[in-house]
Design a protein around this ligand. Structure first.
Ligand SMILES: [Zn+2]
Length: 347
């Protein structure tokens, strides 16, 4: 099974491609399908009724222990050492999945007294996009080692543990809901089920739920955003090999080998919720492969993200915090800590 999880199912990966995604269509309209005059009552997809017995044998309550949790999820990931998980500094949040598995997170704040730009990073909201989890673990390590940042990171490596722990792993959660279509966007009531029916053909992998925020994972994630009030959200996915962006511009044009290709906006997506409703920039990183990713690529995306934050986000953040520290001659700390130099052309 491990071999299968790590190496097989390219068809499954391909099958996850959004019905409207177009890598090469830089001018894709960002409006979702128009609501028809009358929406039929949604029919829950059959996949939703799959019993929890299909998931991992480890009992959910055991997964509040870091060692047990790591030993459960790491074998499902490709190329990740157990120690990387054990030393991650993650703690179980208050949120639980449908099966009761804790949703783990870690805050990495800047040195005390430094104005902090808050960045929320989320992996594994789709349980079969395994490399998105790898990436967040890697970034946790990098953020933890950084001593000179003004960034306050909050990272959640696995937003959908039930999906990842299924055999095989699934995009949706344990009730068959696509968590990235379950956020409370203002178009949800009007469009979510219509979009699912008309544009995806009732694809069970994209069922948005009976109502917005119907799922405990979504409620916890939305609560994190409400509480943390990030200046930037970075959501990690796979396998389309592109960047998407929602919210206040300017977006990055490239991170690592991934280029901006705004593929559309969906009722109930995190990008729609964070970018459109909360007016927070949301970068969606779509890695090229859901099963394998190189540390070189992860590092390149990290490096370019920091550069983009320095050049595009920190100046406006510094302007926001400057009025709060008018008397400090050496302040603000933020402009002095623009950490990364380099050309803007590609970002
Ligand atoms: Zn995804």
């Amino acid at each position: 099974m491990l071999v299968c999880v790590a190496l097989c199912s390219p068809q499954e990966a391909l099958a996850s491609k959004p019905a409207t995604a177009s890598k090469n269509n830089k001018t894709s309209p960002r409006a979702p399908a128009k609501a028809p005059p009358r929406a039929k009552s949604p029919t829950r997809p059959k996949a939703q009724t799959r019993p929890a017995a299909a998931a991992a044998a480890t009992q959910p309550e055991e997964l509040s222990d870091l060692a047990t949790w790591c030993k459960t999820i790491v074998p499902r990931l490709s190329g990740m050492p157990l120690n990387q998980c054990l030393s991650s500094g993650l703690a179980p949040g208050e949120g639980r999945s449908v099966r009761g598995v804790p949703l783990w997170l870690r805050d990495v704040p800047p040195p005390e007294g430094t104005a902090s730009l808050r960045v929320f990073v989320l992996g594994g909201i789709h349980g079969d996009e395994l490399t998105s989890v790898n990436l967040v673990f890697d970034w946790l390590e990098r953020a933890g080692k950084s001593q000179d940042s003004v960034i306050h990171w909050r990272m959640v490596p696995l937003g959908n543990p039930d999906g990842l722990l299924r055999r095989p792993s699934s995009r949706t959660n344990n009730r068959g809901v696509d968590l990235n279509r379950n956020f409370p966007t203002d178009d949800w009531s009007r469009d979510a089920h219509t979009y699912w029916a008309k544009r995806t053909g009732k694809d069970p992998r994209r069922y948005p739920g009976a109502t917005a925020m119907s799922e405990p994972e979504t409620r916890w994630l939305q609560g994190q955003i409400e509480q943390f009030k990030p200046h930037l959200i970075v959501a990690i996915h796979a396998p389309y090999g592109l960047l998407d962006f929602d919210g206040p511009a300017p977006p990055p044009n490239r991170l690592g080998s991934l280029y901006l290709d705004q593929i559309g906006i969906y009722p109930g997506s995190l990008g729609n919720y964070g970018g459109t409703m909360e007016r927070v920039p949301v970068i969606t990183v779509e890695l090229k492969n859901a099963r394998q990713v190189s540390r070189t690529e992860i590092q390149a995306i990290w490096r370019d993200l920091l550069k983009w934050i320095d050049l595009r986000l920190l100046p406006s953040f510094a302007a926001q915090v400057a009025p709060a520290t008018p008397a400090a001659p050496t302040a603000p700390a933020v402009p002095a800590l623009l950490l990364h130099s380099g050309g803007l052309d590609s970002l």
